[in-house]
Design a protein around this ligand. Structure first.
Ligand SMILES: Nc1ncnc2c1ncn2[C@@H]1O[C@H](COP(=O)(O)OP(=O)(O)OP(=O)(O)O)[C@@H](O)[C@H]1O
Ligand SMILES: [Mg+2]
Length: 343
């Protein structure tokens, strides 16, 4: 079939293009280095090996056309998962099907159906100009010239590529490089897109444009997207579902609201006082902590399931309350807690 008549990748095998991973595990074998020169010498003959299960039995199913946020603290195993899903890394155990392929074993055919952006590292040729890289990829994926030109024009409108099409990749700023990488990952209209920290280094305006663009891509092309990000706005704008991992295991799989209920802790009472209170009432088991925003603005963290009317009564009796508000935990705080202290 001539290239021009080939259907876009995303219309191939509509049922087969979802992601399915079962029992996905990656164990890294590393060794503890002994300190100093003699320690180094001893390491040569007697290595103290240890095994790190970076990804530890993950089951993940992503239906075609879904955008999921793949979240978790530093070192949780996000990038390792994505490397296995993209076929870059071989799983220690477990099986993966994406677009009907085994990513690692059938890599050559598989890569034509997926795109990947790793914020930490460029997929482009360091010494080639951005435009030349695009041309190489176009050839590699067999995208007709006119189609590629049209797509690049579209990417340019969103990402602003024109200014650096002739610049060698190694001379790009971080943000420019990210934009070039994104365009490169999308040139062949992949059915599945893996984005590992794609908004790192982008300015606020470009971030917003990129989110709009990804939403549009998902709507128009039904592109399945797996997104790893530390940016709450990315998650809120894009992800209908969030999978949170920690120590290589899934600890939450559901919507953002579910994440809030599950990890957000109890409600909070925000009080405004008429005058400074000499002492704050302690209600062990009901109020878990007090925070002072300033002398007159206090927040009581309530234990989960606390009897709110009863607490209110006690507080109104004990403090000169002018105003009060019941606050739900902010999703931002939930994410911060997830990314900051490990669960
Ligand atoms: N090639 C490797 N060899 C040995 N250990 C590795 C290797 N790659 C990653 N690790 C370890 O595996 C664990 C998971 O790393 P991974 O990069 O997947 O985390 P992450 O969730 O992407 O974190 P971050 O938010 O920092 O990007 C970490 O403890 C890391 O040190
Ligand atoms: Mg990572």
């Amino acid at each position: 079939m001539p290239h021009s008549l080939q259907p876009p990748a995303s219309s191939l095998q509509p049922d087969a293009r979802a992601i399915q991973a079962v029992g996905l595990t990656k164990i890294f074998r590393t060794y503890d280095r002994r300190p100093g020169f003699w320690g180094g010498m001893r390491d040569v003959v007697d290595r103290r090996w240890k095994e790190l299960p970076a990804v530890d039995g993950i089951d993940l199913k992503v239906p075609a056309g879904e955008i999921i946020g793949y979240l978790g603290p530093n070192g949780a195993g996000k990038s390792t998962t994505i490397k296995m899903l993209t076929g870059i890394m071989r799983p220690t155990t477990g099986t993966i099907r994406v677009n009907g392929f085994d990513p690692h074993r059938e890599r050559a055919r598989y890569v034509r159906t997926v795109g990947a952006v790793f914020g930490q590292r460029s997929q482009l040729w360091w010494d080639l100009a951005v435009g030349e890289s695009f041309e190489l990829l176009r050839e590699l994926y067999g995208v007709p010239k006119a189609v590629a030109a049209e797509r690049i024009a579209r990417f340019d409108a969103v990402l602003g590529l024109a200014d650096f099409l002739r610049t060698p990749v190694r001379k790009l700023s971080l943000g420019q490089r990210m934009r070039a990488d994104l365009a490169a990952a999308l040139l062949h209209d992949p059915a599945v897109l893996f984005l590992d920290e794609p908004t790192v280094g982008l300015d606020v305006v470009t971030k917003a444009k990129l989110r709009d663009f990804l939403r549009e891509l998902n709507r128009e092309r039904r592109t399945t997207i797996v997104l790893t990000t530390h940016d709450l706005q990315d998650i809120e704008a894009l992800c209908s579902r969030v999978v949170v991992i920690d120590h290589g295991k899934v600890i939450h799989d559901g919507d953002l609201e579910g994440l809030r209920t599950r990890f957000g802790g109890g409600k909070r009472l925000a009080l405004t006082l008429r005058q400074v209170a000499p002492a704050l009432p302690e209600l062990p088991g009901v109020i878990t902590s007090w925070q002072r925003r300033d002398d007159l603005h206090l927040v009581a963290e309530l234990a989960e399931g606390a009897d709110i009317p009863a607490v209110l009564q006690r507080l109104l009796a004990a403090l000169p309350v002018e105003d009060l508000k019941i606050e739900e935990p902010e999703i931002e705080d939930v994410i911060k807690a997830l990314y900051g202290g490990r669960s």
